[in-house]
Design a protein around this ligand. Sequence first.
Ligand code: 5CA
Length: 160
Amino acid sequence: MPTSLSSSAQKVQDALEKLGLSFEVIELPDSTHTSKEAAKAIGCSVGQIAKSLVFRGKHSGKPILVVASGTNRVDEKKLKDLAKEPVKMADPEFVRSETGFAIGGVPPLAHSKPMEIFIDEDLLHFEEIWAAAGTPHAVFRLTPSALLKMTGGKVTSIKV
Ligand code: 5CA
């Protein structure tokens, strides 16, 4: 019998279906809160985890989402050039208000507000990747090309 998803995970599943994508959100018993935990729970490499990191423009206050490979650290200087303003890591309240999800479960789509999105070019080296799906236990498997389609994000060099 199929078990039902938690409401945040269902929001991600619904958004995928709305885009005509057949990826399946799964909820795992083990934590997928961090990239390392997610890779362990899934049985994939940490690099295959597409982590969604929210930044905030220091001048505009605008949210910026970086979807990065789990092994990479985002270079804020590179992001500053891309965003055309200095940026800082968003605080948990801002992450929740802009995306509709809490840290550890932020998916690359289904956000409550639109935002500029940059995609770490290193994710394109993998055949398949995994992203958070709304909660610290929910993930879905996808392809890099689908990630580009669902986010409309710009592929770029972003790691330190
Ligand atoms: N579920 C996994 C991937 S499947 C996940 O969401 N990983 S993550 O890396 O995208 O989310 C955790 C990230 O949130 C951390 O890498 C970190 O950059 C950020 N984060 C964690 N704690 C805080 C905090 N207190 N304030 C701002 N950002 C934080």
